[in-house]
Design a binder for this molecule. Structure first.
Ligand code: FES
Length: 161
């Protein structure tokens, strides 16, 4: 007979194992937070408390790092995180309009997930590809010279993954 494990407990267990290697090393805070986010998909308060305790870092410092870096999220994220670059070059070339269109197509805004939990939208500073502005980032991929048509294609492609 198969024994079902509580998914939440399993995540807690994985986090506890992962944090073993960071114990007492406050300088590894960002790496530990990344690993914790990989496990949970985002960083709820209870996870930040575990990280703070394991690394012996004040919780306020954990909060400040999490809110500073756009790669961290404190709310559940969609399967695909889509970041719109709002750096100067992208902004000048229509990134804001692109962001509005993305929000309308996904039915959500920055920092939130789409109702189907497929997409999360975020904004970011320059990602170093200004010559291809406006740029959208998904995971490690950069998508340059974005426009309405390319955005529609990208969303369609992501839906299939
Ligand atoms: S401003 Fe967007 S890539 Fe540089």
């Amino acid at each position: 007979m198969a024994i079902k494990q509580d998914p939440e407990k399993e995540l807690d267990h994985r986090l506890a194992l992962a944090l073993e290697k960071y114990k007492g090393n406050p300088e590894l805070l960002i790496t530990a937070l990344q690993e914790a986010q990989d496990i949970f998909g985002y960083l709820p308060r209870k996870v930040m408390i575990h990280v703070a305790n394991a690394l012996t870092v004040p919780l306020a410092e954990v909060y400040s790092v999490v809110s500073f870096y756009s790669l961290f999220s404190t709310v559940p994220t969609g399967r695909h995180r889509i970041e719109v670059c709002l750096g100067t070059a992208c902004y000048v070339r229509g990134a804001e309009k692109l962001l509005r269109e993305l929000q309308a197509r996904c039915g959500t805004g920055p920092g939130k997930s789409s109702p189907d939990e497929l997409f999360s939208i975020a904004t970011t500073r320059c990602v170093g590809a200004c010559s291809a502005a406006p740029v959208i980032k998904t995971g490690d991929e950069l998508h340059g010279e974005m426009n309405s048509e390319r955005l529609a294609q990208l969303l369609e492609e992501l839906q299939k993954r």
